[in-house]
Design a protein around this ligand. Sequence first.
Ligand code: FAD
Ligand code: NAD
Length: 402
Amino acid sequence: GNKPKIVVLGAGYAGMMTTKRLTQQFAPEEVDITLVNKHNYHYQTTWLHEVAAGTIDVNRSRIMISDVINTRRVNFVHDTVVKINKEAKTVQLENSEINYDYLVIGLGFEKATFGIPGMEEHAFSIQSVDKSRMIRDHIEYQFARYRNEKTPDPSMLTIVVGGAGFTGIEFLGELAERIPLLCKKYDIPRQDVKIIDVEAMPTVLPGFDEELLSYAKESLEYRGIEFKLGTMIKEVKADSVIVGEDEEEIKAGTIVWTGGVQANRIVGESGFELTKGKVNVDPTLRAPGHDEVFILGDCAWVMNNETGKPYPPTAQIAIQEADVCAHNIKTMIYGGTLQEFTFDDKGTVASLGGSDAMGTVFDGNKLYGMQAKVMKNVIDDRYLFLLGGPMLVLKKGKFRPF
Ligand code: FAD
Ligand code: NAD
């Protein structure tokens, strides 16, 4: 028919929340809504460090799309986006091609390797359900292998984590919980296992609150994590990393890269102009020269006019952008004033594994330990509530009666 056709690419935080809001804002006869995703499930990217360490079950981190999106309202296409033809207003998928009047790009991030030799081939990354569970299985395999060799190389049990940003720090926290359990399971003394984080900057969590980052570092060190700060990873080989000015070689059975992220390469390959790997959208979240294309989440470069710096790639921001995007699509169809994105910062809380966490909430109040952990769980459950209501919180939430 002549209904405007809205196509949403990617069922991450940005894509799911935009789709949800669109179904709430429009009646079925007003618009056609299509959601495209390469899996039939949505996953909690913010829990992938737990999947990677093996501290939560894979299925806990994913939600069937049909459980939270009304598939009678939304045409769900289970396929992989290959390219966007913005002039023709079509999207090429692996198995078909679709056209749109309004496009929402929420294809998320991929790891940035900055051209470090060997990184692409030899390091794991915490990037998707599939990639994260490889890490869990690989670590466990190294433990099993260690038990079966006559003269096992101790470096088999060394885990090197590259980068101590939030992803690296949260992953180390989960490893600190998981490794002692694996040691018990495979009868291996804890001191045989080495967990070494290599960070280029002189501190962990560069730029974050000094008291909080010291707290995180000490908490992890207390549980046996070693840090090599001010040390850059120069090269990665099949079973080692080369670090620092003196090109020290650290042998390791598992190498996990958490050194940075960039926008999904599809946006650049589709001809959108990039600023540091992302699309510099206008304050209404539309691509330059293409008013019908909205770009959200980790694919978008959105300027914070107060600080003069772009917003960081976070789930919190992706979710808030979805509201503005859905509102603006409605405005473009029916008229009115377009909304500009402003970020309502609710704070940053990072888990440190087990019952430990730290972060800032509201106006910079600092939280540590159990209190911070409870806040982290509240944040996770709030998102599940927004997406799927109380039933989803009961099924997948961090506070469950069972
Ligand atoms: P994503 O969540 O990456 O979703 C993109 C979606 O697109 C995925 O479902 C993917 O399957 C799909 N897709 C990708 N390519 C294609 C294709 N070619 N075709 C079809 N579908 C495709 N942020 C916070 O605010 N708080 C946190 O506590 C936090 N913790 C984090 C912990 C970890 C371990 C990591 C890695 C990140 C964390 N972040 C956190 C950052 C946050 O996860 C990202 O900013 C957020 O996921 C970005 O959302 P998005 O919707 O842009 O993309
Ligand atoms: P990041 O870019 O924030 O951190 C990468 C770290 O790797 C940096 O500290 C950097 O100095 C280091 N690094 C880069 N190259 C290196 C090299 N060659 N050798 C050694 N170290 C190197 O990436 P991230 O941690 O994946 O975070 C991505 C985004 O996701 C951020 O916006 C972050 O805030 C967000 N996130 C938030 C949370 C949370 O709120 N709890 C958790 C995870 C991620």
